[in-house]
Design a protein. Structure first.
Length: 150
């Protein structure tokens, strides 16, 4: 069912999508071993998931947010966890999509100055969306424990 509220999360507004595209360019050009681009991909996927989102996409996004927000993993480490999980035959637990997906969007992140301020804003965005999925935190952690990740 695609209600007006859930439709909002499908791809975001044109302005939000444009901000996300600009943010992707920023993070891909960022360089460094931390690979913050992974966090941007994960937070966008979780914030814009809908009934058509494949379970692997949502679980991997939430795994990435958990590892960043709770465990302070770099994007490179999150990417390595995603690759390790992708090599396994997995069953994905159901995740309830919250109506509210956090107080920040890509637009908010792009208002921050390039460099450390924007990078902190990416972390704040991740924390905002991860908090919105509070009812699924235990499910994500249990999924990782079952697969010997944490």
């Amino acid at each position: 069912m695609n209600t007006p509220q859930s439709k909002k999360h499908d791809a975001g507004s044109a302005d939000e999508r444009d901000a996300y595209d600009q943010l992707q360019c920023y993070t891909l050009a960022h360089g460094g071993a931390a690979f913050i681009h992974q966090h941007v991909v994960d937070v966008w996927a979780a914030q814009h998931a809908n009934e058509s989102t494949k379970p692997i996409g949502l679980i991997f996004a939430l795994v990435g947010l958990y590892l960043r927000v709770e465990k302070r993993y770099t994007g490179r480490h999150v990417q390595n966890v995603h690759m390790a999980l992708a090599r396994k035959k997995l069953e994905f637990p159901p995740i309830s999509l919250p109506t509210d997906r956090g107080s920040m969007t890509a637009i908010d992140v792009m208002t921050a100055s390039e460099g450390p301020e924007r990078d902190r804003s990416i972390d704040q965005w991740c924390a905002s969306v991860w908090a919105a999925y509070q009812v699924s935190h235990h499910t994500v952690i249990e999924f990782l424990q079952q697969h010997d990740i944490v």
